[in-house]
Design a protein around this ligand. Sequence first.
Ligand SMILES: [Cu+2]
Length: 652
Amino acid sequence: MLIIQTGCMHKFFILCIALLSAITAYSQTDSIKTDLLKEVVIIHKRSLSDKTDKPLSSLDKYLEKSDIVNMIRRGAYAWEPYLNGMSSERSVVTIDGMRIYAACTDKMDPVTSYVETTNLSSINVHSAGGPAISGTMDLVRKKGTFGEKERSGMAFAGFESNGNQRVIGGALSFTQPTLFTNVDFTYRHADNYKAGGGEEVLYSQYTKYNLSAIAGYKLNEHAQLEASLIYDRAVNVGYPALTMDVGLARGIIASVAYIRHGWQTKIYYNTITHVMDDSKRPVVAIRMDMPGWSKTAGFYSTIQKMTKNHHWKANINGHFNKSLADMTMYSSTAGEKDMYMLTWPGVLTYYGEISGEDNYTLSSKWHTTFNGGVGIQNNVVDNQQGYESLTIFYPNMDRSRTRLLKRLSTGFSYDHKKWQYTIGAAYGERAPSVSEGYGYYLYNSFDQYDYIGNPGMKNEKSISLNTALLFRTSRFSAKVSGSYFHLMDYIIGKPNSGLSAMTIGAAGVKVYEQLAYANIFNCALDADYKFSTHFSWTNKVSYRRGTGEHIKHLPLIQPFTYSSGLTFRQKSFSANITANGAAAQDKYNPEFGEQALPGYTIFNLSASYQFKSLLLKAGAENILDKNYTTFADWNRIPRMGRNVFVNVIWSF
Ligand SMILES: [Cu+2]
């Protein structure tokens, strides 16, 4: 047991009983170990596989299957990932290690919306630890290797009956002794979808184009250069749960890396443009435009080394971001002036961090991990007009603020024969997000309040414990996992009756404040059984619970949820039936606009056939056409009704 004291405003005594077998998992020893605290969502290594329910499904749907992740849905596109029941401000999502800041004040463009399933190989989700409170998620893209001259590729097409969704695209990769390239392109288009029973969900359409390219060049035996580019463009995206839609969401994400044995250095740049408007809505109180821009430049350098018993890593990284968003309300009467304001007042973020990690092999059965880091973050309100607007509420606010962010995690894992066990603890801190710190009259359509940021807030802090137990035989495997987060200075919007709302029809104004504490508990059970070579059965249940100081139920917390699926396989044919659902949501937060929800169960069917290089997969989702909505549906918009899909993938 070890006790660490940090000297912030408060004193914290962290009991680190243990944690993280974490990245220990690198198979230094005899057997390959699964890392119980890391969830790897495999998309596809080389080609799209039939092992997923729907190979051409959106990334959001892949992520929804993870035990750690919930996807908060504001429409058919760009769902917001919640890790361990916590909002996206509390996690860090990266693409190949690159930091990206979303450009939307209403969370319409999470980082996950700028990639495609077809250009990813896997998603590494880490619970707690890392430079975040709830966890980290790295989206790892597919990339080639150097080798014998070779060319491969694939072409794919998908159609879905509900919303007439069309997916079409292709990928090409070249391999040479000193050069490799990967290029892929995906186009998706969907019209409005229909909820169970046939009701059309207006403004749920979208169109997305995604292009991704990576090239590697071998400089010599020891070193290589890599360059990568993502161009992602979504147009005419409807958000049925919100009052505004998106005309254009564009991300351009570029990087260059230098890799030398166990040492990798990358520099990157990305620019996000987000154009939000209500031009498609026939009736609005007042016409508005709300564009946002985010630009990030950064670097990281990681070195790792393996010795007999140690596997250590050291990392230094830094980035700079500028986030700006504004709003114009157009007057409907002639002669009256339009109203203009900055909703994100040109906020600059400078961040620098050093971190280290050591995975130590105590014995063939026991491993331990120690991980720590310290970051310095500086925020500056760059725009003069935006700064002056904020000083109306905060006359003494500092234009620049610097914070120190510390983190530490440790863990033990045991792995022997059929059993694997891990237990760990983590401490982390985060700075308020751009909206929480500096947002200006940001309308939340769920609770119908205008939100104002609070630049004077302290860092939010978290102590977490997590544990997992895995038992496996050749036929049966079961995993129980649980985590508990105790957050201090928890950031949440609280109504301020002294302020009046800007948005017409809003219930009032909420200002971000800090609760002394909030507690979040997560648990999950996964159990799989192979009846024979043909039949297998997979099951999953999970539950979360969130409370806080004077708050009985934190909003958007998942009730008891389950899924069970039976798969039949014979040679190149497979078929699957799945049931999934949730118990009634009775732990809701009316202050946030939530109501109670009934439980539901839906059924899905699919079948696939591999004929030489052609994979054909077809199925039906929500076959009983159930009309339902879940805790994760913003403003309780209904989910999709019955949907029949066909995916065709040709590999060459
Ligand atoms: Cu937006």
